[in-house]
Design a protein around this ligand. Structure first.
Ligand SMILES: NC(=O)c1ccc[n+]([C@@H]2O[C@H](COP(=O)([O-])OP(=O)(O)OC[C@H]3O[C@@H](n4cnc5c(N)ncnc54)[C@H](OP(=O)(O)O)[C@@H]3O)[C@@H](O)[C@H]2O)c1
Length: 327
């Protein structure tokens, strides 16, 4: 296959504008950004001029483009499944924002189509590709904190000033679990595997909005002894933390999910011999994520693993919802 992937963006979203489109444009040796599609002609034109690409009015117009290989979908969560499927109908690879879909059935159905068609379906958790995570994984593997005993992770932030934000809309797949909660759920699996199940959970649902605003959960291994305590919300004091507690020490870091460009992560290791703080080089996890997506498309070597990740992530989100509702 050719090396440069023609990619289009479905929806002129904030995340696309601030991070993903600039990163795609920086990776010219890997991607050619064909265009951006919006429901609104003026918005499409504004984005197109800003990034010097073609504007498309209506998402279908972009999907009909003959030379397209892949799309990036940063739509509200409730629209992901529909547009992933439409992209698959055109045999396009898909990078979709988290959360991939609003329920497990949709994720399983889309995974199956991806596997049948040999297409990439990647949920965009870029923190997976930050040097900070790799460094911490190495520390744990080398036994720096002895045997891992448990993981604690929180991701939450203060309310959005814009009350029309998609995260407050039930029909758009809003709510803190699918938005912020998805991150600690993801990182729990990175350190403890797919064997996790939800033993307990809590979701505070705003009565007027009918979306969950904050919550938490207790995830435990089914065939092992490890467990994770997670918390999330968007009516909270800002937290973006990871803590790994072992038999001989503890590793902690801030900004594990949202390291801004230029930010030098600090990893703190506490052991009996005291505290050591290690500063890491800044990294660009947006670019790293895109490189991973590109490599999947070219090599097709990791497609099943991505689908497996997609499925277990959706399964745990489902369990968190069900357990919170007292089932
Ligand atoms: N990976 C990350 O770090 C990260 C960070 C933030 C957000 N996200 C995810 O990215 C996605 C978008 O988040 P965002 O904050 O960028 O959202 P946003 O700025 O509100 O953008 C969502 C886009 O969806 C399109 N859209 C289609 N139907 C819509 C509707 N009924 N109401 C509102 N917008 C509609 C709009 O594009 P047009 O008007 O152009 O059609 C809009 O610009 C979400 O899934 C979110 O979870 C990921």
């Amino acid at each position: 296959m050719k090396k440069i992937i023609n990619i289009g963006v479905i929806g002129c979203a904030n995340i696309a504008d601030r991070y993903i489109i600039p990163s795609i444009l920086e990776l010219k040796e890997l991607f050619n950004l064909v265009g951006v599609a919006s429901r609104n002609t003026d918005k499409a034109k504004y984005f197109a001029e800003k990034f010097d690409v073609l504007p498309y009015t209506g998402y279908e117009a972009l999907l009909e483009e003959k030379d397209l290989d892949a799309v990036y979908i940063p739509l509200p969560n409730s629209l992901h499944a529909e547009w992933i499927e439409k992209a698959f109908n055109e045999n396009l690879h898909v990078l979709v924002e988290k959360s991939l879909a609003c329920n497990l059935q949709d994720v399983e159905r889309l995974n199956q189509i991806a596997l049948d068609k040999d297409l990439a379906l990647v949920e965009n958790f870029q923190f997976r590709f930050h040097n900070q995570l790799a460094f911490i994984q190495q520390l744990v593997a080398k036994g720096k904190i002895g045997k891992l005993r448990c993981l604690r992770s929180s991701f939450g932030f203060p309310p959005f000033p814009d009350k029309e934000n998609i995260r407050y809309k039930k029909d758009l797949g809003g709510g803190a679990l699918l938005d912020a909660g998805a991150y600690p759920v993801k990182i729990s699996q990175i350190f403890m595997g797919y064997d996790l199940t939800v033993a307990a959970s809590s979701l505070y649902i705003d009565k007027k909005l009918d979306v969950d605003i904050f919550g938490g959960g207790y995830l435990k291994q089914q065939s092992g002894d490890l467990f994770a305590e997670i918390a999330f919300g968007f009516d909270n004091f800002y937290q973006c933390n990871l803590e790994l507690w072992g038999s001989k020490g503890k590793i902690s870091t801030k900004r594990i999910f949202t390291a801004p460009l230029g930010y030098k992560p600090e990893v703190v290791i506490d052991t009996e011999s005291g505290r050591k703080t290690i500063s890491l080089e800044a990294d660009n996890h947006f670019q790293n994520m895109l490189k991973h997506f590109h490599s999947l498309i070219i090599t097709k070597s990791w497609l099943e693993e991505e689908c497996m990740q997609n499925m277990h992530q959706a399964r745990l989100l489902k369990e968190l919802k069900e357990k919170a509702n007292g089932k």
